[in-house]
Each structure stands twice: as C-alpha cells, then as structure tokens.
Design a protein around this ligand. Structure first.
Ligand code: C2E
Ligand code: MG
Ligand code: MG
Ligand code: MG
Length: 268
C-alpha cells in the first residue's frame, strides 16, 4: 500500500471494491448467452475404487471457454452464475452433456454431477433431471447428484421431498466436500444419501496432521455405519492413497489417478 502515497484508506478501499464489482459485472455479462453460444463445456475426472484403481464413475466439471480469455474454471464463475440466476441454465447444460456422455460409457460406469443449492431448490429441478435422463437414455441408477452440506442444511421441505422422489427414481445422491460444513450424521440419515465425498482438505492432511487422519477415519466409519460409500477427494500421492485404503475408504479421486479432462471415458 506504500505506493498509494497520500491517499486515504477509504479511497483505496473504494478502488478495490470498484475493481471487484467491475470484474463481477464483466463475468455476468460474459455469462449471459454463454450456454447458447456453446461456451460452457463439460469436463470429467474419474472416481476410482481404491483397492483396484478401477473407475466406477466420472465427475462432470463445468468449464467456460470464454472468447479472448481462454478456459475459465468454475471457481471464477459458478458463484456469479448462482447470484444472477444463470445457474439453472448452466447446470442444466452440464447435466445434459454429462448424461449423454455417460450413456456412451460401459454400463458399470456412473456419472456424478454437481448441483448447486439454488438449482435444486428451484421447483422444476426434478423435471430437469428427468429430461436429461430421457434425452440420453441413461439409466437413473448411473446418475449421481452432488450437493454440498450447505445445500442439504438449507433444503426446504419441498426440496427434501424432491430429493426423496429423485432417489426413488433410482438416482444416487452424494454429499460433496463433506466435513468442512455444518452438516451432521443425523442430517445425513434423514436425507438418505448414498455417497459421501470427504473434502480434500482431509486428504491433504492425512500424512502429516494426526487430527485429520483421525477425523477421516471417523467420517469413514460413521459413513459406513449409515451404509454410505465414501469417496476421498484430492488424492495426489500414493501415501495418501495407502492411508485411505487402510482407513477403509472405498473410493477416491484426484490427480494421482487422473487430471480433469474433456474426455469422459476414464482410462482402463
Ligand atoms: P468439487 O465438486 O469438489 O470438484 C473437485 C475439484 O477439485 C475440481 O475443481 C477438481 O479439478 C479439483 N481436483 C481434482 N483432483 C484434485 C487434486 O488431486 N488436487 C487438487 N488440489 N484439486 C483437485 P474445479 O473443476 O475447479 O471445480 C471447483 C468446484 O466448482 C467444484 O468442486 C464444484 O463445487 C464447482 N463446480 C464445478 N462444476 C460445477 C457445475 O457444473 N455445477 C455446479 N453447481 N458447481 C460446479
Ligand atoms: Mg463435486
Ligand atoms: Mg468436492
Ligand atoms: Mg471439494
């Protein structure tokens, strides 16, 4: 801040805020019509069985191929999309592509799609899922929907009901980034989810942070007690994988196995 010279703190703050708002506005304007223009792409990362390394599913991850900007990551546009009501359109497009791609994969492979709270609280989410399944011909049991703990906590009764009927139709429900939010195992039982994705901060701490290792172990055994499959996110080293396997974790995902790629078919 030294080079700001004699300017007051407030002027500097104003400039920062303005730059931030300008950047958001720029993203919002760029996002409008992005789906129609074909700029939203669906990329994939395999989810593997830890014991064998064999893929069981692939997670669909949104990418925005923005003209003159290159490939934009979700961290730079999903929040804005949620705030300006574009998430249903963008998420719907990712869902469609994910189901179409999965329908071309061998039957033992599922596809996992991220759903933001804004999307599923919306009244017609269930119908949107049904459309994607119909269009692709994908068996509902091969579709996993990933929701964050926050989304589960905020879920209004109608959303909870829509959950249950989605699940009744065969779709699998997963809790994403588990362990960093405020969800509880009681809540998980109420929601009757199928898969628990343990946030990658726990994976990152496994080798060096004893507490993370204990927490991971506890989440895995409590998850199993509820009959859930556990996916460890962000596995980057063989040490992490070995510890997870020892802790009884079922599935994993991360750069150790595969980067995120535009191709749906996982190797092997
Ligand atoms: P997520 O669902 O937890 O997805 C995992 C993120 O971790 C991805 O980031 C992936 O690239 C990254 N990752 C995978 N393996 C590793 C690893 O070994 N190490 C590290 N450090 N990172 C790894 P990405 O693709 O940038 O997505 C970020 C987040 O954006 C996602 O987190 C998800 O919450 C959200 N997102 C992505 N696509 C969509 C979408 O279509 N709809 C919605 N609503 N959200 C999405
Ligand atoms: Mg996810
Ligand atoms: Mg995640
Ligand atoms: Mg995560």
């Amino acid at each position: 801040r030294a080079k700001q010279g004699g300017r007051s703190r407030y002027e500097v703050f104003d400039d920062d805020l303005r730059a931030h708002l300008d950047a958001r506005m720029d993203i919002e304007l760029g996002l409008r019509g992005a789906v129609e223009r074909g700029e939203i792409e669906t990329w994939f990362q395999p989810i593997v069985e830890l014991a064998t390394g064999r893929p069981v599913a692939t997670e669909a991850l949104a990418r925005w191929r923005r003209p003159e900007h290159g490939l934009v990551l979700p961290g730079d546009f999903i929040t804005v999309a949620e705030e300006v009501e574009l998430i249903a359109e963008i998420g719907g497009s990712v869902l469609d592509r994910a189901c179409l791609a999965a329908a071309c994969l061998p039957e033992h492979l599922s596809v996992s799609v991220n759903v933001s709270a804004k999307q599923f609280v919306h009244g017609d989410f269930q119908a949107r899922v049904a459309t994607a399944l119909e269009l692709s011909g994908l068996d509902p049991s091969r579709l996993w929907l990933e929701l964050t703990e926050g989304a589960v906590i905020e879920a209004v009764d109608s959303a909870a009901r829509s959950f249950q009927s989605l699940r009744a139709s065969g779709v699998k429900l997963a809790i994403d980034d588990f362990g960093i939010g405020y969800s509880s195992f009681v809540r998980l039982r109420q929601f009757d989810v199928d898969v628990l994705k343990m946030d990658r901060t726990f994976t990152a701490g496994l080798a060096d942070v004893p507490r993370d290792r204990e927490l991971a172990g506890t989440m895995i055994s409590m998850g199993h007690a509820l009959g859930l499959a556990i996916v460890a996110e962000g596995i980057e080293t063989t040490t992490q994988r070995d510890i997870l396997e020892e802790l009884g974790c079922d599935l994993g995902q991360g750069y150790l196995y595969s980067r995120v790629s535009p191709v749906a078919a996982p190797a092997a």
